[in-house]
Ligand binder design. Structure first.
Ligand code: 13P
Length: 251
């Protein structure tokens, strides 16, 4: 049985005071014992959030890391090792906002994935198609293509220590959610792709759904056979709503 994971991606949001308020709100939530919970603040708030959540059973991740794991000359970047030292357990890799706005391609994403593992972090590999790609029937080609690059470069066993998040780009921040059936179809294809390489890895790898997950739609998404939790954006900035999503994963 896979343990559900609910992750909150805070993106480029928050001030020191709003982040302190959000973490205080999280500490007050009744969170299910049966669910792993993580939040992903901006780099500059990681330390604050780690301290505020100490003892709260909510782990902390970063939203990105450098493609090199060794310390050195890479101005402006933050390494996985530095994040590990700060107490991060996770790091997002390949979020569509980084692929599409910053311009990270599959090669960069694959190197960041390896760098994350080398620094002691567990990567959350984000995959997803645009609306145009979905409308032209390319969803599975795109999503499995993004996944294949990591498998080709590093082997499928890396997923013993990683999580995959399927986030259709058209559902992110748009209020449009994939239906549970639409999401399940892609999740099942991702799991089949892993199983073609190694059935045991496919069985244990957690697949999260992301894209306008809210308290009101979380339960029906999490009820699907291959959806093992969520990667939540906007709704994770409200402690009560995020708490309700975590409880939905525990039911
Ligand atoms: P929303 O939940 O705001 O749609 O964002 C999803 C997301 O991108 C999480 O990484």
């Amino acid at each position: 049985m896979r343990r559900p994971l609910v992750a909150g991606n805070w993106k480029m949001n928050g001030t020191r005071s709003s982040v302190a308020e959000l973490t205080q709100g999280l500490v007050r939530q009744v969170l299910p014992e049966s669910v792993d919970i993580a939040v992903f603040p901006s780099f500059i708030h990681v330390d604050l959030v780690r301290s505020a959540l100490a003892g709260a059973r909510v782990s902390v991740g970063a939203q990105d890391c450098a493609q090199e794991s060794e310390a050195g000359a890479l101005t402006g970047e933050v390494s996985s090792g530095q994040l590990y030292e700060l107490g991060c357990e996770w790091v997002l890799v390949g979020h569509s906002e980084r692929r599409l706005i910053v311009g990270e391609d599959d090669g960069v994403v694959s190197r960041k994935f390896a760098a994350a593992l080398a620094g002691g972090l567990k990567p959350v590999l984000c995959l997803g198609e645009t609306l145009e790609q979905r409308r032209s029937g390319k969803t599975l080609d795109v999503v499995l293509g993004q996944l294949c690059r990591v498998i080709e470069d590093h082997g499928v066993s890396v997923f013993n220590n990683a999580v995959i998040a399927y986030e259709p780009v058209w559902a992110i921040g748009s209020g449009l959610t994939a239906t549970p059936e639409e999401a399940q179809e892609v999740h099942a294809a991702i799991r089949r792709c892993l199983a073609n390489e190694d059935a045991a890895v496919a069985e244990i790898t957690r697949l999260l759904y992301g894209g306008s997950v809210k308290a009101e739609n979380a339960a029906e998404l999490f009820a699907m056979a291959d959806i093992d939790g969520g990667l939540v954006g906007g709704a994770s900035l409200k402690a009560d709503e995020f708490g309700a999503i975590c409880r939905a994963a525990g039911n």
